[in-house]
Design a protein around this ligand. Structure first.
Ligand SMILES: [Zn+2]
Ligand SMILES: [Zn+2]
Length: 262
């Protein structure tokens, strides 16, 4: 086992419908850990369930409410969700954040719910998994209200470009890079991948979405994280083997699980 998928949705359709096959294909492809990420109460509960059912296969969970769904929890994080976060298989809070591209929830509600998640992460001491699309300025402003030095932040499927790399360094944030790094047009993301500090880098699929080359057009799944590793290793001019060691050390440090290559 060498690879880690730090952000996937095997708890969501369509992966959920054949999850045991998905997990076993991931294992066959050398994926040692998968972080199943919740986007509302139901998918968070499902993530925790999978983390128990596939404990031996290295599945862990993150629980939270996606900015798209934030309008459903505008009054505060439901107690059922905070209860879930106390499960030992839950290693992070999220995904949360701001998405001004789709605007599925009003922006002020997204901000309020993002704040609630940040406070929750601060109180539990768990890393905060952040989704930002077309909203980096507001995300940075909002995080500035919190003692970020005491927190661990993961910008999943980082899409802030080179422009925000210094801000990310100042936050000490982890940047998780996904399938878009393999897409021909995405030269800037390959440059980003080459500049992220070694101790702040993650690879993810965000499956079932954002399928990497050469499988574009198909449903994404954790087994494909290898293609993300290969592209990032190429961008950094290192071997895939060296990259797996880097990601392994970062994930073990942040999520508290045993390193794959101890
Ligand atoms: Zn996301
Ligand atoms: Zn996601």
């Amino acid at each position: 086992m060498r690879f880690i998928d730090t952000h996937c949705h095997i708890n969501c359709d369509p992966l959920r419908l054949e999850v045991s096959a998905v997990v076993s294909r991931a294992r066959d492809a050398g994926v040692g850990y998968m972080l199943a990420v919740g986007s509302d109460l139901a998918t968070s509960a499902e993530a925790v369930e999978l983390a128990h059912a596939y404990e031996g296969e290295g599945v862990y969970a993150a629980v939270g409410v996606h900015p798209h769904e934030s309008k459903t929890v505008a009054d505060g994080i439901p107690e059922d969700l905070t209860k879930l976060a106390r499960d030992p298989r839950v290693v992070a809070v999220g995904e949360t954040g701001l998405d001004y591209y789709y605007d599925h929830s009003p922006r002020d509600v997204q901000q309020k719910v993002f704040r609630h998640h940040a406070q929750w992460a601060l109180e539990t001491g768990k890393p905060l998994v952040i989704h930002v699309r077309d909203a980096m300025e507001d995300a940075l402003k909002l995080l500035g209200e919190f003692p970020v030095a005491e927190m661990s932040l993961v910008f999943h499927c980082y899409a802030g470009g080179l422009q925000y790399l210094n801000a990310m360094k100042d936050l000490g944030a982890y940047l998780s890079i996904g399938g878009p790094v393999t897409w021909p047009k995405n030269q800037e993301l390959r440059e980003v991948a080459s500049c992220v500090p070694e101790n702040r880098l993650f690879c993810e699929t965000d499956s079932p979405w954002l399928t990497p080359k050469p499988h574009r057009g198909k449903t994404n799944e954790p087994a494909y994280v290898r293609f993300v590793y290969e592209e990032i290793a190429k961008s950094r001019n290192i071997s895939v083997g060296d990259l797996t060691k880097i990601i392994d050390a970062n994930a073990a440090r942040l999520f508290g699980w045993r390193p794959l290559c101890a």
